[in-house]
Structure formats: structure tokens, C-alpha cells
Ligand binder design. Sequence first.
Ligand code: NAD
Length: 503
Amino acid sequence: MQESSDKLQHRDWLRRSESLNIEGRLFINGSYVEAKSGARFESLNPATGEVLAAVARGGAADIDLAVASAKEAWRDGRWRFMAPRDRMNVLFRFADLIEQRSEDLALLDTLDMGKPITDSLTIDLPEVIVTFRYFAECIDKLEGLVTNSETNALHMIMKEPLGVVGAISPWNYPLLMAVWKVAPALAAGNCVVLKPSEKAPLSCLLLAELFMEVGGPAGVFNVVNGFGDEAGKALALHPDVAKITFTGSTEVGKQIMIYAGQSNMKRVALETGGKSPQIFMADIDDLDQAVDYAFAGIFDNAGQVCNAGSRLLVHQNIHDAFVESFAKRSQAVYQPGDPLDPDTTLGPVVTKEHQQNILRKIALGREEGAKIVFGGGAAETFEPGAYVKPTLFSGVENHMTLAREEIFGPVASVIPVKDEQGAIDIANDSPYGLAASVWTKDLKTAMRMVKNIEAGVIWVNCFGDGDMTQPFGGYKQSGNSRDKSMESLLGYTQSKSAWFKLE
Ligand code: NAD
């Protein structure tokens, strides 16, 4: 039994991190195995720059092995033909065990990619658990249909799983983004090969081990770590993979579509990048409340969020008050700190290389004429950690790099807008369309904006709120699919029509 998390202090987390037993091998067919090549790569802790673990570097041969074991499990029906309530019970027990092991899983994600431990523990892990419970609950509600056909025939339409699902996940929510794929895929009866990000490869290994502990059959859930252009590419090209479900950058997402076309025309589900607008109209009731949502929407997880509200479209009548309140209130909340300190709200970004990318974009913002209101550099006191200070730019125009490219760091840009139509035009002037928010007290304005903004998720008078019933995914180059919700579950099924001639 673990100590209760509300008692764990900074020193307790430090102690735990020193004694943590980290597994780095691949997880294939129910056991840990080395990569066939014997190669390993280093996973670094971005808060300190120290080596955290040496992780097996899976390649095409390991993907072949994992897909073969998933295919075998698929063929003999050990999972898809399990009685629905039995499959549900495995996933419920899985969710319970994840809950019991929350602190270990949270600690792995925090050490691996720098997320504050309080966020791992109170945001990521509860969402992981509810994702498994939600999709487990759906299992025996997946119904087919008998159609109204001619009297001498019986026509049934059944929902069947696809087979072997390949999942490729990013590092920003290492466990949660993987689970948004793995949970519905398993619930629908598929077998899964997961390739986590090489920048945060650890927690998913423990996840696969826990699946076996609760009675999950071998071969049904496999984890192969490795690099994108090695293990990831091999999975996306594999002829025995029926669907590839991907979360990551738009650039790699496009490549995944090519791999599918080059191989077996497997189904492709993409959840990719974003440049979400947060729109603040002049009639907001409570500016401070809106500002609190605004900065959480860009500084949470150090801005490494696909739907990060990085473009602040603020009505010109409230612009100055908004910027002043944002600067004052956000700096009181978000300051760099040790991610293992439960009071920390802003950890490092994922790697030194990513820190340098963000700093380059900040420098470009200055060169293009935007003005830094606060922040704008590395947090030197935390060197060699990969920290970036929370940063606000004003005077941004929508054609500038700051407004067009996904920075994936704690960098917000304020763009003044004249009116509703101006806000809609700027919001839609982006290759992305993942999410948006609208702040107004006028329901008619809100509804017009909801209808006219090209985004898969729109929040009105909030940002980031939601639950498992909410389909999550993008318009345009933010993706072609949805995570969470029944819609996601159905994406891991296919329809079979069975026509019985009765006479
Ligand atoms: P990334 O595209 O670099 O990597 C994502 C995954 O793809 C990793 O596992 C990586 O190893 C793998 N990969 C890389 N090259 C590959 C290749 N050639 N073939 C197959 N696999 C390959 O993205 P990232 O840096 O890990 O994550 C950040 C990106 O993810 C951002 O663009 C962010 O917006 C996006 N994201 C989107 C959502 C969403 O729901 N839309 C959620 C989280 C993150």
C-alpha cells in the first residue's frame, strides 16, 4: 500500500525518485524483453539534465515480434471473444490497479518529461483512470442492428473490432495520450501495439505490466519503445496492422498517411497540432476570471498542450486592462520550480533541444516586431534544467510566426480585435483547427461564434473544461479523428453486414 499522496512532501518525492525501480525493456507478449539489437537509448530528466534510464531501442524486428504476438492473440480470440462482462471486469480491475499505483506512474511521467508532480497526480492520473472506466462501461453497450428487410431474410449489422491496432503517442501527457488510444481500442476488442514517445518512454511500460497483473491476456497489449523513424515507421508500415492511431505533430501525421498508403491502406486516425484562439469580447462580466482561464490555457504543462490557447484575441476596448491583469495574475501563479515540489506549477520543457526551439521562436517574435510584456528567456537559475520563463507578447499580428506556428511552450500572444467578425476571421486564419474559446455574456454572439469558428472543440466562458463524453480532436490540419467519447470507441470498430436468406 502506498502512502497517501496528500502527505507526500517535496522531500518524500525526492526520496522516492532515488529509490524508484525503473524498467527499460520492451513489453511483448506478456513479458519484458530486450530489443533484438540489444541497443538502448538514454532517457534524460529535463529538470536536471541527468540520465534517468537506459531504454531498449526497439526497431523493425521488435515491431514485427510485437505485431505477431498481437495478431496471434487476435486470431485465437482470447480477448475479442471473451464475454463482454469479463472484458469489462479486466478493464475495471486495470483502472483500480492504476489508481493504487498512481504515485509511481505519476512520478515516472514527472521525472521523464518534467511535468509538475501535482499535475501528474491530480490531472493526468485521474483522467487515465476515468478513461479506462468510461470505455469499460461502454463494452456491453456496443450494439448491432437488425434492419427492416424483406420478410424472407434476416439482416444483421454487427460492430466488430478491427484486429491489431498500432498506437503512436507523444510525450506531453505520456500516459494519458497513450491511454486515450489504448483504452477504446482494447474495449472494442482489438489487440494493441503501442509505440510511446522516445522522449517519455517509461510510464507506458509499467502500464502494460499492470494489465497483465489484473489478468489481461498476453499479447493483447504490447509496448515497443524506440525512435519515430525506426519503431514508429515500422509500425505504421506494417502489413498486419489494421489501424494506426497517432497523436503528435502535423508533420509526422502527414507522413503516417503516406506509410498507410504505401503499405496496406490501414485506417489512420490523427490527432495533431494546434494554434488555438481564446477570444475575449468587450462585454465579459468578470475580466479577472477570464484572465485566470486564459493564462492557465497557455501556461499549464509549460504550454506543451495540443489545444494550448496560444493566441489571445482580445477586443480592443478591454485590451489594456486584459494585458495588465494577465501579467499581474499569471506571474503570481506560474513560476519555474522543481517538478518534484508539490507547490510547483511550471516545470521544465521536455528537452534542452525543445527549450532552444522555443527560445528561437521568441527571438523571432521580437525580430518581427512583437513586444515582450514579460518573460522571454530561459530560467537561468534552473540551469542545466530545460526551463523557459512564462512569456507574454503584445502587438502581435496574425501573419507573424508567433501567431502561425505551434510553439509548444509557455508563450502567449495578444492580438487585438475590433469586433465579432474580426475575431472570427483571425481565429479561422490558421492551418489548424483544434480548439477555441469564446468569452461573452451574450448568448447570441456566443452561438454565432460557435457556428462560425473552424475548430473541433469550442469552449464558451471557460477553457479546457469537459468530460469523457466530449469528442476531442480537430478540424483542418489538427487531425481527422476524435479521442474520448463513443465516437472514439466506434473508430476502433468496423461494421459487418450478415444477410440470412430464410426461404
Ligand atoms: P512528434 O510528431 O514528434 O512525435 C509523436 C510520435 O510520433 C512519437 O512517438 C514519435 O516517436 C513518433 N514519430 C516521429 N516520427 C515518426 C515517423 N516518421 N513515423 C512514425 N512515428 C514517428 O510529436 P511530439 O513532439 O511527440 O508531440 C507534440 C505534438 O503532438 C504537438 O504538435 C502537439 O500539438 C501534438 N499533440 C496533439 C494532440 C491532439 O489530441 N491533437 C494531443 C497531444 C499532442
